[in-house]
Design a protein around this ligand. Structure first.
Ligand SMILES: Nc1ncnc2c1ncn2[C@@H]1O[C@H](COP(=O)(O)OP(=O)(O)OP(=O)(O)O)[C@@H](O)[C@H]1O
Ligand SMILES: [Mg+2]
Length: 249
C-alpha cells in the first residue's frame, strides 16, 4: 500500500461557520494503481487531494504515504492542478525544470529525457502559447514528473479541453503514467473518463464526502482507454456509477 487514508475528516472553519467537507474517509491505493475519485460537486475531492499532498491538515484521521503519516508536503508526491498552469513567460524548458529548480536540484537530466521520450524536445525554446492544448497538458505532466514523484495527484486535469481533445489527451497522459510506472489518483467529474482509465474508482457521497463505494475494474485491465469505451462492460459500469451519483444530487 503506497497511500492509505484512515478515517480522514475535515471541517473548515470559515467566517460563516463550519463547513464539514469530509467525513471518515478511508481507502487504500496500491503501488502502480490508477485510481479515480468521483463525487458530486463540492463533496470534498480537492480537499482530499490537498490533505494527501500535505497542504491541508485533516481535523481528524491520518493519511499514510509509504507507511509514514503525512505531516506536510513531500517529495514523493507530484500535484498536477486543474488547467495546465504553465508560466506563459517561461519557455517549455523553463517550465519543465521549474520543480527541480525550486528544489535546487542541479541535475535536469530527468526533465531532458522525459521531453525526449515524449516528443517535446523540439519545442524546448517555445513558449506555452505556441503549443496545442494537448501538448501543454503533456508538458504540465512532464513538469510534474521531472522531480520524480512516486505518486501523482491529478485534479480534473482535462476539464479545460474540448471533448475530442480530452479523449486523446486523457489516453495519452494515462499511457505516460503507466509507462513511467507511477501511482495515480485522478479527480474527475466525467464517469466515462474514470471507467476508461482506472483500475479502481472511489465514489464519494455528497458533502460531507464519505466513501460510498469502490468499483474494481480489474475485468477491464489490459484494454486501452479507447478499447474500454467500446467494450460491453463499459456501459454497465457507467450506468451503475451514474445511478449512484445521481441519487445524491
Ligand atoms: N478554504 C475553505 N474554507 C471554507 N470552505 C471551504 C474551503 N475550501 C473548500 N471549502 C468548502 O468545502 C467543500 C468541499 O470543497 P472541495 O473544493 O474539496 O470540493 P470538490 O469536491 O473538489 O468540488 P468541485 O467538484 O466543485 O471541484 C465545499 O463546500 C467548499 O465550498
Ligand atoms: Mg475540486
Amino acid at each position: 500500500m503506497i497511500v492509505s487514508a484512515r478515517s480522514v475528516s475535515l471541517t473548515y472553519q470559515s467566517a460563516d461557520g463550519e463547513v464539514e467537507a469530509l467525513k471518515e474517509v478511508s481507502f487504500d491505493i496500491n503501488e502502480g494503481e490508477f485510481i479515480s475519485l468521483v463525487g458530486p460537486s463540492g463533496c470534498g475531492k480537492s480537499t482530499l487531494l490537498s490533505i494527501i499532498a500535505g497542504l491541508e491538515r485533516p481535523t481528524s484521521g491520518t493519511v499514510y504515504v509509504d507507511g509514514e503519516a503525512v505531516t506536510g508536503p513531500s517529495e514523493k508526491i507530484g500535484f498536477m492542478p486543474q488547467k495546465d498552469q504553465l508560466f506563459p513567460w517561461r519557455t517549455i524548458w523553463g517550465n519543465v525544470t521549474l520543480g527541480p529548480e525550486l528544489r535546487k536540484q542541479k541535475d535536469a537530466s530527468l526533465a531532458e529525457s522525459l521531453l525526449e521520450r515524449y516528443g517535446l524536445s523540439d519545442f524546448k525554446k517555445k513558449t506555452p502559447s505556441q503549443l496545442s492544448g494537448g501538448m501543454r497538458q503533456r508538458c504540465a505532466l512532464i513538469r510534474t514528473l521531472a522531480t520524480d514523484p512516486k505518486i501523482l495527484l491529478l485534479d480534473e486535469p482535462f476539464s479545460a479541453l474540448d471533448y475530442q481533445t480530452r479523449l486523446s489527451v486523457s489516453a495519452d497522459i494515462h499511457g505516460i503514467i503507466c509507462n513511467e510506472k507511477k501511482t495515480a489518483l485522478l479527480v474527475t467529474h466525467d464517469i466515462s473518463e474514470a471507467v476508461s482509465l482506472s483500475d479502481r474508482i472511489v465514489v464519494l457521497s455528497k458533502r460531507p464526502g464519505q466513501v460510498k463505494d469502490i468499483y474494481d475494474l480489474t475485468d477491464l485491465k489490459g484494454l486501452s482507454p479507447m478499447e474500454r469505451r467500446s467494450d460491453g462492460r463499459f456501459k454497465e459500469f457507467f450506468n451503475e456509477i451514474w445511478k449512484e451519483l445521481d441519487i445524491n444530487v
